[in-house]
Design a protein around this ligand. Structure first.
Ligand code: GDG
Length: 459
């Protein structure tokens, strides 16, 4: 079996348990199986970046870590990746910064990282590059003489071309995607948007077999929806420490029901709209006052990007407003926690909650939706309320699908979820779980890597 090289902006912690999220779980098990390298940013910002990455070998996995200078960090990471591509690809043109200097920094860092990786690449290796930070990485590899097969997977949405073309250098960026042997997207909608861009904006063409031609180059593109390690997640609530925590949660709630939301504190996750829909539910259904609380966990991320401080303030204000309006001396409607929990603790909180609210305004997939379902008690499962704008909604159609902008509609669905008879809850949950077991993270990884091997052998 050829050796795998995974490239992502951040590398999972080398030491400690694999309590990491979806990407890390998928990648680690593949690397353990075939042996290989995980290459990415060390997380360190230094004055002068070393020419070679730091290499640490643990079992069959070699971690290769590169540092960034503070200019790199500002222009590549905080700048073009998180202030341009992230908001733009999530349809937030109003929050998108257009700064050529940051784009140049992004290209420069991609080039340098690729140059650092090339000496580590062997003849039979297979390279898998992840996400929006690293779109030009494949082209940079080729520039530095790498001939190994290289695939790319985009974890976030691919936007409609009307949105994408607002980026002044969209062609310069998008042509680099054609250096890959395979470009993977989360959903058919993302793939369609990519095809549409190719055909209508740059006069390219798409063959029925998935071959895409543009800029005088050829690549393949397909849909590979990411999954979770379903059985592993489903086993977490049975652990003794998680059982203890579920008990504690239940005794804090008494007879009341809990609705849970878990999201990085990000403006794409629809947190303010979610709280407003919860408020709407309390307004429309007064019997719910005192009977249900929303536990919102929102660990802060990307604190150096100003838009993230804004969303934090907005969320605090709306949570405060709702609690001020409805709270009683023995009940608060919103429990808002601005910190992170262990994976196990999250599984316990999911298990203890009657409803999981996953209502992003845009999301490539959303793994929390899948984790919430996997953590449920098969005999008494909770209900998932899921945004139509998440990639997950394409697969999890037995959830209650909502439009997160429609607070009245979300409030109705939430009420329906809270009052749903047990037979219907079990039926919906079983249908969701069947899909999650079939399309798990191993299936995602294997389908993608098989396709990459096939296409690169045919090229
Ligand atoms: C990107 C795309 C796509 C959250 N809080 C805590 C915690 N988490 C974990 C969740 C989940 C992961 O982080 C978040 O994954 P999501 O998929 O929900 O969202 P993004 O971070 O935006 O991920 C997304 C994903 O990539 C994969 O392709 O689905 O669309 O945006 O696993 O459980 N984990 C722990 N403590 C927390 O407080 N331990």
């Amino acid at each position: 079996m050829s050796r795998l090289i995974v490239v992502s902006n951040r590398v999972a912690p080398i030491k400690g348990k694999t309590s990491a999220g979806g990407l890390a779980v998928a990648v680690l098990s593949a690397l353990r199986e075939s042996g290989g390298i995980w290459f990415g940013w060390s997380g360190e910002v230094v004055q002068t970046a070393a020419v070679e990455p730091t290499v640490v070998k643990v079992g069959r996995i070699t971690y290769a870590l590169a540092d960034l200078t503070s200019d790199d960090h500002n222009e590549y990471y905080n700048g073009f990746a998180n202030r341009t591509l992230w908001p733009l690809f999530h349809y937030r043109l109003d929050l998108t910064a257009f700064d050529r200097r940051c784009f140049d920094g992004y290209l420069r860092v991609n080039d340098r990282l690729a140059r650092q990786l090339v000496p580590l690449v062997g003849e039979d290796d297979l390279i898998w590059v992840h996400d929006y930070h690293l779109i030009p990485f494949g082209e940079a590899l080729a520039r530095h003489g790498c001939r190994a097969p290289v695939g790319f997977f985009l974890h976030i949405p691919f936007p409609a071309s009307e949105v994408l073309v607002a980026l002044p250098y969209h062609q310069e960026l998008l042509r680099t995607l054609f250096a890959y042997d395979l470009v993977g997207f989360q959903t058919d909608g993302d793939l369609r948007a990519f095809h549409d861009y190719v055909e209508r904006e740059v006069g390219g063409s798409v063959d029925p077999d998935g071959t895409v031609r543009a800029f005088g180059r050829t690549t393949r593109a397909g849909t590979f929806p990411i999954g979770i390690d379903t059985d592993d997640f489903a086993a977490l609530p049975a652990k003794a420490e998680v059982q203890r925590q579920i008990k504690r949660l239940k005794s804090s709630m008494g007879d009341r029901q809990l609705v849970i939301g878990v999201d990085r504190l990000d403006y794409t996750k629809g947190l303010v709209e979610r709280l407003q829909a919860f408020e709407q539910m309390l307004e429309t259904y007064p019997a719910m006052r005192g009977a249900v609380s929303l536990l919102q966990i929102a660990p802060p991320t990307r604190g150096e990007v100003p838009e993230y401080a804004d969303i934090r303030r907005a969320l605090e204000a709306v949570a405060g407003h709702i609690n001020g309006r409805f709270a009683e001396f023995d009940w608060v409607p919103i429990r808002y926690l601005n910190k992170s929990f262990s994976r196990r603790a999250l599984a316990g909180l999911f298990r203890g909650s009657r409803v999981g609210m996953v209502t992003p305004l845009r999301d490539g997939m959303n793994l929390v939706a899948k984790e919430y379902v996997a953590a449920q008690d098969p005999d008494d499962p909770g209900v998932l309320v899921l945004s139509q704008f998440s990639g997950a909604a394409r697969q999890l159609d037995a959830a209650l699908i909502v439009n997160p902008y429609d607070s009245v509609g979300v409030a109705e669905s939430l009420h329906l979820a809270l009052t749903m008879p047990i037979e219907e809850r079990i039926e919906r949950w079983a249908a969701l779980m069947e899909g999650l077991r079939r399309d798990d993270v191993a299936a995602w990884r294997n389908t993608y890597l098989d396709a990459l091997r096939r296409y690169s052998a045919a090229a």
